[in-house]
Design a binder for this molecule. Sequence first.
Ligand code: FES
Length: 284
Amino acid sequence: MMDRSEVLDILERHKEASGQLMSILESLQSKHGYLSQEAMELVAQETGRSLTDIYGVATFYKAFSLEPRGKHLISVCLGTACHVRGGPAIAEEISQQLNIEPGGTTPDREFTFETVNCLGACALGPVVVVDGHYFPKMTTSKVGEIIAKAKTGLDAVEIDTDKRVFPVEVSCAYCNHSLMDPHHMIDDQPGIRVTVSFEDKHGWFVLSSLYGSYKIESMNPIPRDMIMHMFCPHCHAELIGGAKCPECRAPMVPMIVRGGGVVQICARRGCKGHMLDLGGGTLE
Ligand code: FES
């Protein structure tokens, strides 16, 4: 049952923003895990937009789902790099073990399984992301193990071990160019520089490279709760993977860590969701 006040609260928060429909739907998707008919009707009524418009946006973007999703999300990459390294066999194995097709949810709502075009870590393929955790260089023989791990609470285990503060050096997951900016120091370390866009604004954005620090500097002030799009300043690819923030369900932004592994930060301004999978996965 939809909580009407939650939807009204989201509408209130986005009242002033331009391009608000996308932001409203993103917030609803993050909050409920999908866009219910009832929620979309309420958005239409409160914003004066037609239901057809809202459906148009909700069905155009893959980030939105009109069906409730499972408690755990398994995404298998079938982008070119992962495809040639065995992605389809892994997808097939997951399909068989969960007894659902890609895009489906198990009847007990435990798992949703989807295939995606690129998870933003091509160098580590074939890649599977389970509840935001990257499993690089996957094999079919590890599938049973990751399904079992997801059930016993992958998030809780991993996040509790991520409390330390230490510097990371990262590069773009697409072109592998370093994202470190020695001319822009934060926390006495070279910052991580990306291009950011939200609403109709674009500009540079520098984050502290100390894992565990949340300091940032930005060309444009970024409103709290805004979901940002981040791009590599070198190849201009959008830094986006298939993972969702364990805290707020906004998309996670993946970057490759020098020495092996992936760091992901939540795209929502002010959210402290971040994760680090070092050394090629958590199954070893
Ligand atoms: S092709 Fe799989 S992560 Fe890019």
